[in-house]
Design a binder for this molecule. Sequence first.
Ligand SMILES: *Cc1c(COP(=O)(O)O)cnc(C)c1O
Length: 222
Amino acid sequence: MGVAENLTAIRKDIPGHVTLVAVTKTKPVEMILEAYRTGHRDFGENRAQDLMWKREKLPDDIRWHMVGHLQSNKVKFLAPFVHMIHGVDSLKLLKMIQKEAQGNSRVIDVLLQVHIAQEETKFGFSADELHDLVQSLDLSQISHVRIRGLMGMATFTEDDVQVRKEFRFLKELFDRMKQSAFAGRDDFNQLSMGMSGDYRLAVEEGSTMVRIGSLIFGSRNQ
Ligand SMILES: *Cc1c(COP(=O)(O)O)cnc(C)c1O
């Protein structure tokens, strides 16, 4: 199947309120255009450099999502145009986004990344760290950053029970924050979880954004 067919199949499979971010890492511009021509506008990359050059070569009305780990020193390159930064995993990064967003007279939407997987290598706050961060955070000091919700990546495993447990954990954390630190902030309403292998489970557990690459564009050759 081609890119357009794959997109159609996935759109049919997820509820209308769930945003599908097409993750284009390692994929050529021509393939991304195929998706664009179907009307798709939300695209994601996990490396700042790739996001930058692809943006140059592709239409302006694409909403670019930075879905991977982002180093603070790269924020300035993305700040003029990025639509959402999914992987905020330190206070340092959050402060840098504030600085660069302000410099560009923009408000940048971000998600706080939570470490929910069993693997050591995935980035993100623990639940305790997140709690401490939010306690210490003065939202008025990050006037140009809008914390829209949370993001997480489940363990890479065939074990659906485990994956579901991790997504459920993230959803519960999200709900608790929404009722406490972010009470009354209607824009804290996004939960980015689910990839090619586990998006159905993620949606069942309350995801509002799935980040899907290989199921749309084919597997990556790396
Ligand atoms: C690559 C990537 C995805 C998409 O992965 P697939 O398994 O190809 O769907 C989603 N999120 C992040 C952060 C990624 O790096």
